[in-house]
Ligand binder design. Structure first.
Ligand code: ATP
Ligand code: MG
Length: 297
């Protein structure tokens, strides 16, 4: 069970603020692994905007949110002549986990692929680190964008250790994030279980301290405990300063760690709001936007 703990701290402008941590079972072990140190501000030079965040009691309070690390502005994307996304707007700022929800076929993967530079917009723009971005994925990667696609991508014939090495990440950093990987280092990455592969993929992405991380269906085929473990790592990465977009079918778990969420319906943003508020309305949201009836529209 993911729960929140909070700590008051003095911000740079002298005001007192609440920092939140999501902890698994609120155990001392987990608490000891989550420090409340200063966040990395990847967008230090960019101005901030005022927004509302939830505190540990679920009450809204005004707090500055850094300018977006990634942003869709009136973004439309299609496949050939078939339009899929229609003028969607959304932002993900450093330090945020933003959940992207919607029924099958709503356009979630299309959104992620367009943000990553794999699909070209038919109109509208993607902004990365405060600039319009039209570069392909490998150039966006140089600017700190990482993508974890639906299909797990590991080097099938290499050992887990070599997979990490080829991915260019420090093995010790990956093991610091996921000590579970240590015993798997000699094993061929292609022979890892679905959960282990996903852990390896996430370790590679998080060890690079991404500015933006796009995760498509983290939970796919994972046991609930492994999923919770990975969600916790995603939350901790955001707390270190990453901007994380999380596409997820398991909406309750996603909302438990998300600062904000958007619901896509037939290629448009149908709803957006703070994660805790959406969690409080989960039944209504499921019935209205995520039910089978929505699929059949
Ligand atoms: N390569 C493609 N060519 C044509 N149409 C596509 C292609 N990929 C996706 N689509 C269509 O675009 C729409 C949105 O697909 P997308 O994969 O973005 O949905 P999704 O929200 O990720 O769904 P899911 O929850 O099932 O993963 C669907 O109607 C799908 O059939
Ligand atoms: Mg998808």
């Amino acid at each position: 069970m993911l729960t929140t703990v909070s700590r008051r701290y003095r911000a740079a402008d002298g005001t007192s603020k609440t920092a939140l941590k999501w902890v698994w079972n609120n155990s001392p072990w987990t608490r000891s692994r989550l420090d409340f140190g200063p966040r990395i501000n990847h967008n230090a030079a960019v101005s901030t905007t005022m927004n509302s965040i939830d505190n540990a009691n679920g009450e809204a309070s005004a707090a500055p949110r850094p300018a977006p690390a990634i942003e869709a502005r009136k973004l439309s994307v299609g496949y050939g002549p078939i339009p899929v996304l229609r003028e969607i707007d959304f932002t993900v700022s450093p330090g945020e986990v933003v959940a992207l929800l919607g029924v099958n076929g709503a356009g979630k993967t299309t959104t992620v692929r367009a943000l990553a530079g794999e699909l070209k917009p038919t109109s509208g723009e993607v902004w990365l680190n405060g600039r319009v971005c039209t570069a392909p994925l490998h150039r966006r990667a140089k600017d700190g964008l990482r993508l974890i696609p639906e299909e797990r991508s590991v080097f099938m014939t290499l050992s887990t250790a070599d997979d990490l090495r080829l991915g260019g990440q420090s093995q010790s950093r990956c093991l610091e994030l996921f000590p579970e990987l240590e015993k798997l280092l000699p094993r061929k990455a292609g022979l890892l279980s679905g959960g282990e592969k996903q852990m390896l993929t996430l370790a590679r992405a998080l060890a690079s301290d991404p500015v933006v991380l796009l995760v498509d269906e983290l939970s796919l085929g994972l046991a609930p405990l492994v999923f919770e473990r990975l969600l916790l790592a995603v939350r901790a990465a955001a707390d270190r300063g990453a901007a994380i977009l999380l596409v997820e079918q398991h909406i309750r778990q996603a909302l438990e760690v998300a600062d904000r969420a958007y619901v896509l319906s037939r290629g448009q943003v149908a709803l957006e709001g703070p994660g805790q508020e959406m969690l409080g309305r989960i039944d209504e949201i499921e019935q209205t936007y995520l039910a089978v009836a929505e699929l059949e529209k």
